[in-house]
Design a protein around this ligand. Sequence first.
Ligand code: FAD
Length: 323
Amino acid sequence: MAKKVLVIGEVRDGELRNVSFESISAGKTIADGGEVVGVLLGENVSGLADSLIHYGADRVIVVDHADLKSYTTDAYQQALLQVFDTESPEAVIMGHTATGKDVSPRLAMKLNSGLISDAISVEVDGGEPVFTRPIYSGKAFEKKKINEGVIFATIRPNNIAPLEADSSRSGDVQKVTVEIKDLRTTIRDVVRKATGGVDLSEAKVIVAGGRGVKSKEGFEPLQELADLLGGAVGASRGACDADYCDYALQIGQTGKVVTPDLYFAIGISGAIQHLAGMSNSKVIVAINKDPEAPIFEVADYGIVGDLFEIVPILTEELKSALV
Ligand code: FAD
């Protein structure tokens, strides 16, 4: 059944995150021939509206407001609820990012709707969207649908392929004014930790190191390999606890959940809590000197040996292959 779907784009550092385009693709499936409306919140973001249209949105609503420059729960919630009021969507989709995880339950509650979080795919069955989401730390999958009210879902980055961008597509871009008041939080300044250029949760290639890397300096060859492949560096909690790297890089049950195309687990034993964050990666390469390490049970390719010998060889081989 054709539906009107609102897709909330996510802007970071003046650019749309990839998950915005993946959400449009999910929105297209759910709309089932209906309208997909992109929503952009921020300050001076109207220049990004066209790219949502190129990736498949039929129309874009731009809410430009100084209080939306940086994400705050109150401001985003107020702005989005006013957009929902005027648009009356049948479905709302956004990324399962820090922003999506924070604001979506609040919005769903205000809409009196259910929320399907962290979906990795969606299909239409009998005219209604059915979402697949991992459960039990990725060991099993369940299919879910919302039978009543607004269909609200967040989608995990890197799982639903965006549509091919078509720069000849056109659509309306509408500027909407909202009233934002009584904010409990204001952002004065955003100070970023220097953790390299590629966003871990959206990276196609992740080079992750564990306690086996043995020091901060030990992570340098991993960064070189990641840079060569246009990827990001990640870490196990063992490496973070040992202060080899920042907790922002931690992958796992209490860290980030990632699904890159290629995941290197280097000097990581493969504890269940680490697997919870990466076992759904498309291809896993493990390097470990212990042939019995549990990481080899989930790895597609395993290299048994000393990481300090293997990583530089791998990097050199890839350098010559990529030239
Ligand atoms: P280790 O288990 O010490 O493994 C190091 C590996 O390096 C070993 O397999 C060793 O053979 C290999 N190695 C050593 N030297 C070399 C070398 N020269 N060459 C090649 N290989 C080498 N962990 C997470 O990662 N993420 C989480 O989110 C997380 N959440 C947790 C939540 C809870 C509630 C609990 C209790 C634990 C959590 N943990 C998490 C911790 C988890 O249980 C493990 O302790 C942790 O993942 C171990 O990290 P590691 O594999 O780097 O270290």
